[in-house]
Design a binder for this molecule. Structure first.
Ligand SMILES: Cc1cc2nc3c(=O)[nH]c(=O)nc-3n(C[C@H](O)[C@H](O)[C@H](O)COP(=O)(O)O)c2cc1C
Ligand SMILES: C=C(O[C@@H]1CC(C(=O)O)=C[C@@H](OP(=O)(O)O)[C@H]1O)C(=O)O
Length: 351
């Protein structure tokens, strides 16, 4: 397996580079008969696409969905679903002057180490552009999960040094940073705009809440539900960490504080984050991911060229000054993909 696929019973394989002809996805395991339209998928693509606000990359991509296979008369046939998203606004000339240099923090240096050949136009497979394909697949998984009553909501909890103090789901899609607190959102936005002006970048924390997952999903070892979600999230560029429930805070709690007690109605708290022993408890699943500051910045930095000679680099081009707002729909998509896979695996086990 060449590392371009994720999942077992619901499996996605993505392809394409940021400055090639297209990006896209092949999806195996779609429920036969599932009604799915390009328009529905497009709604999710429109949430992720670049060029929508002052706090994202200005690259203009429509990310128009073309379903090339796997659908007949508006319904999934159960055969591989093949979706392509053509690249329309690639401008590789921004990379000409740095084609022999390694951007600190990006994958240029490790690409060369692995393959010995690198398409220097943009970030290739390591580009955030690859996540467009995942969002397309996530829209299909979401449709499958809707039938099970599963709902995923992700949002920016912290960015640019500001933290949300309140949680209001209705404000998330109404502010450009996709924060759950409109006051914090305004502060984050202003700071990210300042950083963009300075040619710098910042990171943040995305929180994700999943409701409607039945108890009993996941495996007790290796393919634990939390391990599957962790792999899905850490497979995204710029994601540096994940914690479930109370997360790292658990180290300073006592067992008597951290344990989720039970009574006749179920659990009385949710410090575990909805997963115990790798298996869903039936409670809300909560996790947070750490998103690093965007590596491509126009602040001068020290680096080396392909020959190993020391030099200075200033990265030009169109970049996200903060990845948080645009990774939100991607986190939701990957969570739906994990759950679609888990539900299908569970069904196969029972049949
Ligand atoms: C939605 C999204 C958008 C991104 N936008 C940029 C960007 O504009 N510029 C950049 O240098 N990195 C961007 N990245 C991050 C790179 O993809 C990532 O830094 C790179 O793959 C190496 O990071 P890693 O070591 O965490 O994998 C983006 C990532 C995602 C998920
Ligand atoms: C194009 C997208 O985001 C890109 C993610 C990205 C990176 O290095 O990750 C770098 C920039 O692109 P380019 O390859 O043109 O320099 C972003 O604009 C997209 O998300 O669709």
């Amino acid at each position: 397996m060449a590392g371009n696929s994720f999942g077992q019973a619901f499996r996605i394989t993505t392809f394409g580079e940021s400055h090639g002809g297209a990006v896209g996805v092949v999806i195996d395991g779609v429920t036969p008969g599932l009604e799915i339209s390009e328009l529905e998928i497009q709604q999710d693509m429109d949430r992720r696409k670049p060029g929508q606000s002052s706090v994202t990359t200005p690259r203009q991509e429509e990310d128009k969905v073309s379903i090339m296979a796997g659908i007949f008369e508006g319904k999934a046939t159960g055969t591989p679903l093949f979706i392509v998203l053509y690249n329309k606004d690639a401008r590789p000339e921004a990379y000409d002057s740095i084609k022999n240099l390694y951007r600190p923090g990006h994958a240029d240096v490790t690409y060369d180490k692995k393959y010995g050949i690198r398409d220097y136009r943009g970030s290739g497979r390591a580009s955030g552009r690859e996540t467009a394909a995942r969002v397309a697949a996530g829209a299909v998984a979401k449709k499958m999960m809707k039938e099970k009553g599963v709902k995923v909501v992700a949002y920016t909890l912290e960015a640019a040094g500001y933290k949300c103090k309140t949680f209001d789901e209705s404000v998330i899609e109404n502010n450009v940073v996709r924060a759950c607190d409109s006051e914090a959102a305004a502060l984050m936005t202003k700071r990210i705009e300042e950083l963009a002006e300075m040619g710098d970048s910042c990171g943040g924390i995305i929180e994700c809440r999943i409701t409607g997952v039945k108890a009993g999903l996941g495996e007790p070892v290796f393919d634990k539900l939390d391990a599957e979600l962790a792999k899905a999230m850490l497979s995204l560029g710029a994601v540096k960490g994940i914690e479930f429930g109370k997360g790292f805070e658990c180290v300073s709690m006592l067992g008597s504080e951290h344990n989720d007690w039970m009574d006749k109605d179920g659990f009385t708290s949710n410090n575990a984050g909805g997963i115990l022993g790798g298996i869903s408890t039936g409670q809300e699943i909560i996790f947070r991911i750490a998103v690093k500051p965007t590596s491509s910045i126009s602040v001068p930095q020290k680096t080396v060229d392909k020959k190993g000679d020391e030099t200075e680099i200033v990265t030009k081009g169109r970049h996200d000054p903060c990845i948080c707002p645009r990774i939100v729909p991607v986190v939701e998509a990957m969570a739906y993909i994990v759950l679609a896979d888990q539900y299908k695996r569970q069904a196969a086990m029972i049949e």
